[in-house]
Write a protein that binds this ligand. Structure first.
Ligand SMILES: [Fe+2]
Ligand SMILES: [Fe+2]
Length: 238
């Protein structure tokens, strides 16, 4: 039996938060229509976690029990995030459920070319650490929720950011605890991972960094993220 406290998991519901906003008598303060495309990009990005989760599912027998638990916690959170963007689109823009589902269904992922990242649990953990760290940085820039006319919007995105930070922290914890003897390889693996920045997004959940929802410039990803992650990995080692 795994110690339940080893990996962190927050339990909260996007749908509950948006229900509360909808039932509060909230009136749309005139949220700009350009956010529709922005939120749709966030929605599909979070939703594509299903593709990565399913892709890795057949390899669970090869993974450590900690990483299997990591994937289950992570996927449950990403689905909750996708639910939130689903509700956000419906509440703010009145987008019909049918049209949202049409956009989401039938998306297929292409993991070809990502073999070097997906080849080992160690590489996957560094990939999650990198991707989740970048997610925290970009979501933190989304300050516009403050102006949406209800504190629930800000509360919701704060919950979402806290989850992304925990996804990062959980990956670091597994790396530190079970891969301490391999951490000297982390820099080269992270460099290999960041070399995928700038490529076309193929519905894999990974490196979805070229849409309207991605608020970081190219000098805010890559090397600077690698150095920050390495510092955190090393600091906790001492
Ligand atoms: Fe997420
Ligand atoms: Fe995440």
């Amino acid at each position: 039996m795994l110690p339940t406290s080893f990996l962190k998991k927050r339990n909260w519901s996007s749908r509950l938060i948006f229900d509360e906003i909808a039932n509060s008598g909230w009136v749309n303060p005139g949220i700009d229509h350009s956010f529709k495309e922005f939120f749709m990009a966030d929605l599909v990005s979070e939703y594509d976690s299903v593709n990565l989760y399913n892709f890795l599912y057949s390899r669970r027998k090869d993974f450590s029990p900690y990483f299997v638990q990591y994937l289950d916690f992570w996927y449950a959170d990403e689905r909750n995030h996708a639910d939130g963007f689903f509700e956000l689109n419906r509440l703010v823009f009145g987008t019909s459920e049918t049209s949202l589902l049409q956009e989401l269904q039938g998306r297929t992922a292409d993991f070809a070319g990502l073999d070097s990242i997906l080849s080992s649990e160690f590489n996957l953990l560094l990939m999650f650490a990198y991707d989740e760290y970048v997610s925290v940085k970009t979501y933190k820039k989304d300050k516009f929720y403050d102006d949406f006319g209800h504190p629930g919007f800000k509360g919701w995105i704060k919950n979402l950011i806290a989850d992304e930070a925990i996804h990062f922290g959980n990956a670091v914890k597994i790396l530190k605890t079970y891969y301490a003897d391999k951490l000297h390889e982390a820099e080269n693996v992270l460099k290999m991972i960041s070399s995928f920045e700038g490529g076309n997004y193929k519905n894999t959940f990974l490196f979805d960094h070229d849409g309207p929802h991605f608020s970081l410039s190219c000098d805010e990803v890559g090397d600077v993220v690698i150095q920050e992650i390495l510092q955190i990995l090393c600091k906790r080692q001492q």
